[in-house]
Design a protein around this ligand. Structure first.
Ligand code: DCT
Ligand code: MG
Length: 445
């Protein structure tokens, strides 16, 4: 199926996505598999609509072109929409408190289905309501808060610990959700990272903007960058060095580093359908929220900006010569970092509870993902990180069911031959799967 970004059936596809997201919420709440299957079925039906080359006028157009993809429930909804222009079920979902709250709350960085439902159950109605309650909670002294307001304790995620990611997501919600990242900003950041790598570690790196931007979107919720090196293995440590440098330059609000956890068994381990539900890969990566100055959409300033960042980290006079970050700096800085100590401080940094003061602060909080990929796995990582999520899910399912192969962001493993199939381009991966190549702009399922 080829799904372009702009297509002829936007309102029908949108209606089905509402039902898909609703089923996803139900799955998150109940963990009942049937909701997972429903979400998938609605998403698939929406993808079929997106793939049509003309507006849908009768249901047979759809059942003829994608017979295996459309379930009865989706057919009923589409038929009703075609006949009456509305669907009672879709309207009921969009009008429901649960759907609206779950949709708004799960959009917050650091908030999953379980926490969103926990908040909903304690009567949290909106993101600003959650922010307000958590601020009150954090104002209470540790130890006293349970007595003062036990309801607020229920607002925190399970498992205790420090919830800096969630605090970042709430404090900077306005930037992160209401001000999408523009292609120009993402391109600037890609160029900045490429230049920093050249300075820190010398030539040979490639930095690629992936995710929605590579499928032709002009805005996105984050900036996903794949980093590789011509020489296998030289990419190792690049992401942690970058995280440290961005931190030293004062650009980081919050960042989490994950070391590479790949082992060859990841490729061949028995395929479990469960794995389709996440794209958990094992690459070295850093998931961060950075400050990007509003002027940072102009790639001509990259050289100057990198010079000023390097001046900050070179303060101790070490020379680098392609060795990465000076050892003293590496020891002094952690790739895990948070720029605030308390939630109140984060909210103040954002310029108040709604984070409304972004215009006067001169920068926006931006989600960025940096992923270091060994050259030999690059084509597979590119395919996985280009997405979209549904396209990956279906391609992986196709590989498993039709080809007895396991496809991940690390490689393709032929389960019958017990051999992994190397590829140096996305085209080669499609060839291995026996499929015509689908360019990224048609992967907007
Ligand atoms: N991905 C996936 N499964 C997930 C999450 C992500 O396969 N559960 C892949 C597909 C896209 C890529 O990773 C980047 O993820 P996102 O940034 O979440 O998606 P996006 O398509 O880039 O969306 P946006 O444009 O909003 O950033
Ligand atoms: Mg993205």
């Amino acid at each position: 199926m080829r799904c372009p970004l702009e297509h002829h059936n936007a309102s029908l596809a949108q209606a089905l996505s509402v039902l898909a997201r609703n089923s996803e919420h139900q799955y998150g709440i109940t963990k009942d598999q049937q909701y997972y299957a429903k979400a998938l079925a609605f998403d698939r039906a929406a993808a079929c609509l997106k793939s049509l080359q003309q507006p849908l006028l009768s249901i047979s157009q759809l059942t003829d072109s994608c017979p295996r993809y459309i379930g009865d429930h989706a057919i009923r909804i589409i038929t009703e929409l075609l006949n009456t222009g509305a669907s009672a079920e879709v309207d009921a979902v969009t009008g429901s408190d649960l759907y609206q709250c779950m949709t708004n709350l799960t959009a917050v960085y650091g908030v999953g289905q379980a926490l969103a439902y926990k908040w909903y159950s304690c009567g949290v109605k909106s993101v600003s309501d959650a922010t307000h309650r958590l601020l009150r909670h954090h104002e209470c002294g540790e130890g006293q808060q349970q007595k003062r307001d036990s309801e607020l304790v229920a607002l925190l995620p399970m498992g205790g610990g420090d919830h800096k990611r969630l605090q970042t997501g709430l404090a900077f919600h306005n930037d992160l959700v209401n001000k999408p990242v523009a292609l120009a900003e993402a391109s600037y950041f890609r160029d900045l990272i490429a230049k920093l790598l050249l300075e820190l570690r010398g030539p040979g790196f490639t930095v690629t903007l992936v995710g929605g931007f590579s499928r032709g979107k002009s805005t996105g919720h984050d900036c996903d960058l794949l980093i590789t090196h011509d020489v296998e293995g030289r990419e190792a440590g690049a992401v942690s060095d970058l995280a440290r440098v961005l931190t030293a330059a004062g650009m980081v609000i919050h960042g989490t580093f994950e070391a590479n956890s790949f082992s060859p068994s990841v490729l061949s381990r028995d395929f479990r359908v469960k794995e389709l539900r996440s794209t958990l890969d094992h690459f070295e990566k850093w998931l961060g929220v950075i400050r990007l100055s509003s002027k940072d959409t102009d790639s001509s300033t990259v050289d100057r900006d990198v010079e000023s960042i390097m001046a900050k980290i070179d303060g101790n006079g070490c020379d680098r010569q392609g060795e990465g970050l000076p050892a003293a700096k590496r020891r002094a800085l952690s790739p895990n970092y948070c720029a605030f100590d308390s939630f109140a401080e984060a909210v103040a940094m954002a310029g108040g509870e709604a984070g409304a003061a972004y215009a006067s602060r001169g920068w926006l909080a931006r989600r960025v993902d940096l992923i270091a990929v060994p050259r030999s796995q690059y084509a597979y990582a590119l395919l996985g990180w280009t997405g979209n999520r549904l396209f990956n899910r279906d391609l992986r399912l196709f590989a498993q069911r039709q080809r007895r192969m396991k496809l991940t962001s690390h490689g393709l493993f032929d389960l019958q031959k017990e051999a992994s199939l190397p590829a140096s381009s996305e085209e080669e991966i499609f060839q291995h799967l026996g499929l015509d190549y689908i360019p990224p702009k048609f992967r907007n399922c």
